[in-house]
Design a binder for this molecule. Structure first.
Ligand code: GLA
Length: 520
């Protein structure tokens, strides 16, 4: 075990983060401009993106809306999947004045309209663009030389997440380009998760934590519609080596998932999902959510496994030992002091594998409980270590703890990310709009703290009812002119077991005032 990792295990992730930041700084003079102050993606983003299953066709408004509805009805939303939107789906073009305009043939409600549909269902809006002159298929304009106006357009469409591809970038410097886009995003004034997609070009794990929230570490995991297990395992192997670069607000991204696509069996789906959780990878589903088998739903919504991915310490696990065809993954200390351990059998026949406590950072003499996160059973106390039998291409995913208690970290689900209020006539009015925010993890959270600095027409009060909290938005139209008013509300919270800051909650409040008595 390298010295730096040993220090991290014993002194905790806060100290490890400092070391990592120091190492990153040593390789790049850029300061950590982005840091975690924006409160974005403090655990790996979860959601859905269309590319793996669909490619460019038939991406359109109808498909995205159907997927959003399926995300809600299948239970994925309740399991924390939040960011959804088109990938390279021919969403916009550049008009004669140089501005981005929505492609109304594919998105008849416009791109702001799609954003509203998504937000009103308690889902967050993801969009896609490219850092070069055109996107990969050349069907859409890239941002080169239009960085600031394009980022302003994405903000106006109310994107919460932006993936920026690296096609058609001949002659561009990768660090300078993505840094300029980061500055353009900051200037656009909307909190947006910034997903760099240079497929590992320019080694983003060495510098991109200062500008973005996640970066692709490899080429594409599959061709659209063709899940490829062997290729996925190569992607995992490459991503595994980069564990020290990941942490809250800055993640290695080994690409969207292929769980639930044709070509993978149940064990492979389970293994893929467990590997992505152990690597603290973004969990962007890539399958058709409208047509999932019960087994795919069970895999994608396994909260005990998701809890490993969404652990507030944000440590990326790695391989600590190989035992024949079996890999032992660990190095992932969790928020309650427990440890995640994954035994993955790469072979085609069942494998027996064992690990001793010191292999996974536990004192040799300790008596520990083991929670199997796929069978949902606890065994123990065990002494010395554990031996398991693992089926072909299958995993045993364990959580090892000194106590027989396995809390799930916060999994946040909102009723909506938009409050829309209308007032008509001349009399001053008070209007209210509520949204609820639930934690599907084990604990009650402290009350969300609304950031000060709201406009004078808006106030927000928080009330708590167990694991659910209500944010009541009260608007007063006194003294306001006819027109449209908009505010972005930010609320913050802290995970109660680890005291780690949680990703900020952001939502939009719209107020429309019309002076004609009936309004419009
Ligand atoms: C690249 C990306 C993919 C997808 C396509 C779209 O290949 O890596 O994830 O966005 O572009 O063309």
């Amino acid at each position: 075990m390298p010295l730096r990792r040993r220090i991290a295990v014993f002194l905790g992730i806060a100290f490890a983060s400092l070391l990592i930041a120091g190492a990153l700084r040593a390789q790049s003079p850029a300061p950590r401009a982005h840091d975690t102050a924006d409160g974005l993606a403090l655990t790996p983003p979860m959601g859905w993106y269309p590319w793996n299953e669909f490619g460019q066709e038939p991406q359109n408004e109808k498909l995205i809306k159907e997927i959003v509805d399926a995300l809600v009805s299948s239970g994925l939303k309740e399991a924390g999947y939040a960011y959804v939107g088109p990938d390279e789906g021919i969403c916009f073009f550049r008009d004669a004045s140089g501005k981005l305009s929505p492609n109304l043939e594919r998105y008849p409600g416009g791109l702001r309209g799609l954003g509203d549909y998504i937000h009103e269902r308690g889902v967050k809006y993801a969009l896609y663009t490219d850092a070069g002159t055109r996107t990969c298929s050349k069907a859409m304009p890239g941002t080169k030389d239009h960085e600031f106006e394009d980022m302003a357009a994405f903000a106006a469409w109310r994107a919460d997440y932006l993936k920026v591809d690296w096609c058609n970038t001949e002659g561009q410097d990768v660090v300078k380009t993505y840094t300029k886009l980061h500055e353009a995003l900051a200037a656009a004034g909307r909190p947006i998760v910034y997903s760099l997609c240079s497929w590992g070009v320019g080694k983003p794990w060495e510098w991109a934590a200062s500008v973005g929230h996640l970066w692709r570490t490899t080429g594409d995991i599959c061709e659209p519609g063709k899940a490829d297990w062997e290729r996925a395992m190569k992607v995992a192997a490459a991503n595994e080596k980069l564990s020290e670069a990941a942490g809250p607000g800055h993640w290695n991204d080994p690409d969207m998932m292929i769980v639930g696509m044709d070509g993978l069996n149940e064990a492979q789906n389970r293994s893929f999902f467990s590997l992505w959780c152990m690597m603290a990878a973004p969990l962007m589903a890539g399958n058709d959510l409208r047509k999932m088998t019960p087994s795919t739903v069970r895999t994608l919504t396994n909260l005990e496994a998701i809890g490993i991915d969404q652990d507030p310490l944000g440590i990326q696990g790695h391989i600590v030992r190989r035992d024949g065809k079996a890999e032992i993954w660990s190095g992932k200390r969790l928020f309650d002091g427990s440890q995640a351990v994954l035994v993955f059998n790469r072979g085609a026949t069942p494998a027996r594998a064992q690990f001793a406590w010191p292999d996974v950072g536990i004192a040799e003499s300790a008596a520990m409980y083991a929670r199997n996160l796929w069978t949902h059973q606890t065994s123990g106390p065990h002494r010395g270590g554990i031996s398991v039998v693992v089926g072909p291409s299958d995993v045993v995913l364990l959580r090892i703890s000194k106590d027989d208690v396995f809390p799930v970290p916060p999994i946040i689900v909102a009723s909506s990310y938009r409050v829309s209020l209308r007032a008509a006539g001349h009399a001053a009015q008070k209007l209210t709009g509520v949204l609820t925010v639930k934690n599907n993890g084990s604990e009650e959270l402290p009350p969300w703290r609304v950031r000060p600095g709201l406009p004078s027409w808006l106030s927000v009060a928080v009330t708590k009812d167990g694991k659910s909290q209500t944010l009541t938005n009260t608007v007063s139209t006194a003294g306001l002119r006819e027109g449209h008013y908009h505010a972005i509300v930010r609320a913050d919270n802290t995970e109660p077991i680890s005291s780690m800051p949680m990703s900020a909650l952001y939502y939009d409040v719209d107020l429309e005032i019309s002076r004609s008595p009936g309004g419009k």
